[in-house]
Design a protein. Structure first.
Length: 481
């Protein structure tokens, strides 16, 4: 069945300068379409097919929620029991949050913590236990359960709760309890499978001269939030499993229906889009690894995913028993093209009056906010360099630390300052007096132009600095070690 025309998708790929897109649609257990458009590699001109592997990014969160639900059914975990009660070493910065935080709080982003993406995306951190240890040093920017703030870190911690309680790795449990029973034979939790497998999609980053190839990012430590690899065929099996409320095609039940419904149920309100279309709900909610809202009155639970080189959208329409999976191999822009294709497919399948979603989504491409963010964040603003540093550059050299964000080194080489932190070495550029900046601090899929404010002690010696890394959180204070 033609769920969407080839001409439509290829026009969108050209408009957004995107190499390729995978599309899969299932309805009532029947695969209506599974295939691809465009190229999985621009150099070889190889085509995308239903078994091409790619990184599904944050759509991984629903797998973590599914696993937790299975463990709830086993009586091992409880979505609403304070974690502190069965893991005494659990500790957040805020004492009340430490005492009350549950798996539900973690999975629906309402712990009071901003994303702190510089921590979990640290390439030098190899174990989730280190993220668990550092959690106690991350200051909340909002009251506990006050508002949803998207947070990969806390989803990783929810997975680590499962690891600590069961004594098994999240990777093994997802493989044994989800991939294998569902027959998801080309799905995995580690980046090595993207590097070692055949028929793998190449990821691209947007450039001034067009897309350029990027290496597969090793985010294994944060795989519960965004590190699963899969294919169109495998993901259709997964979406059908959710549509059937935990039942396999052969009738085997892997999860209680009420637990599966709990995963999809809205727990907290969540503003989705910065634009307004009558057909699309402007405000939805977050469940546990899924967004929850509606399209033209049709209930839906869905999720987006972005990781270096890839963008993913998974969507379930439970009333109509329709599952849709989309991915493209350009990390940004991806939301606009995905919404354009998704809504067009739904309109056709449900017989809605057609809407020109291609032009609709293109018209809002410059409106940023909420779910449609930019891949660059400028925290320096319009400040211009104009005044020399207050100290000789060698005075800034040293080792600095902050318990939540780790240790970094500042060195002087050929008259320039360099910072080595999280596995990267980057130049520190003078701005004004004791204020410097690093133009591209990588955090998840974001590049931040980050200012650094050096401090002096009573003797006028450099003793530390404030590092403005996040829009929602004040400068992170590093001290000289």
């Amino acid at each position: 069945m033609e769920v969407i025309s080839k001409e439509y998708v290829e026009k969108e790929l050209a408009r957004y300068k995107t190499p390729g897109m995978g599309v899969g649609v299932i309805r009532n257990g029947e695969v209506l379409f599974a295939g691809g458009f465009g190229y999985k590699d621009l150099e070889t001109k190889e085509r995308i097919d239903a078994d091409t592997m790619w990184a599904i990014a944050s759509c991984s969160k629903s797998f973590t929620g599914t696993l937790l639900g299975m463990l709830v059914d086993d009586g091992v975990l409880d979505f609403d029991r304070p974690i502190k009660e069965y893991l005494p070493d659990f500790k957040m910065y805020d004492a009340f949050a430490t005492a009350e935080c549950t798996l539900r709080d973690m999975m629906c982003h309402r712990t009071g913590l901003a994303g702190y993406d510089a921590v979990w995306s640290d390439d030098t951190i190899k174990e989730r236990s280190e993220l668990w240890r550092r959690l106690q040093y991350l200051k909340p920017n909002l009251p506990f359960r006050y508002k949803a703030q998207y947070n990969n870190y806390m989803v990783d911690m929810a997975a680590h709760v499962a690891e600590k309680v069961t004594g098994k790795s999240w990777d093994d449990m997802v493989t044994d309890r989800i991939f294998k029973p569902l027959g998801m034979t080309r799905s995995s939790t580690l980046v090595k499978y993207l590097n070692e497998s055949e028929n793998v999609c190449t990821g691209y980053w947007p450039g001034e001269d067009g897309p350029f190839k990027v290496a597969h990012w090793n985010s294994d430590v944060s795989a519960p939030a965004g590190g699963i690899n899969s294919t169109i065929n495998d993901m259709l099996k997964y979406l059908d499993f959710h549509l059937k409320r935990g039942v396999l095609p052969d009738g085997t039940r892997l999860m209680k229906e009420e637990t599966m419904r709990d995963l999809h149920m809205q727990n907290i309100r969540y503003t989705l889009w910065p634009w307004r279309f009558d057909e699309v709900s402007p405000i939805g909610g977050y469940a546990m690894g899924w967004y929850n809202d509606n399209y033209r009155g049709e209930p839906m639970y869905w999720h987006l995913g972005e990781i270096e080189g890839f963008g993913t959208l998974q969507c379930c329409l439970p009333k109509s028993q329709i599952g849709i999976i989309l991915y493209n191999n350009l990390q940004c822009p991806d939301i606009l093209i995905q919404c354009s294709v998704l809504y067009t497919i739904i309109d056709k399948l449900l017989g809605f009056e057609p809407v020109d979603w291609s032009e609709r989504m293109w018209s809002v491409r410059d409106i940023k906010g909420n779910m449609h963010g930019d891949w660059k964040l400028d925290l320096v603003g319009d400040a211009e360099a104009g005044h020399a540093p207050c100290h000789p550059l060698e005075d800034y050299v040293g080792t600095y630390g902050e318990p939540g964000h780790g240790v970094l080194d500042i060195e002087l080489s050929e008259g320039k300052l360099y910072m080595t932190w999280r596995g990267f070495t980057q130049e520190i550029l003078p701005l004004n007096y004791d204020v410097f900046r690093i133009p591209e601090v990588k955090m998840d899929t974001l590049l931040v132009n980050a200012p650094i404010y050096f401090h002096t002690d009573v003797n006028g010696q450099i003793c530390g600095f404030g590092f403005k890394l996040y829009d929602e959180v004040g400068p992170i204070e590093f001290v000289r070690i």
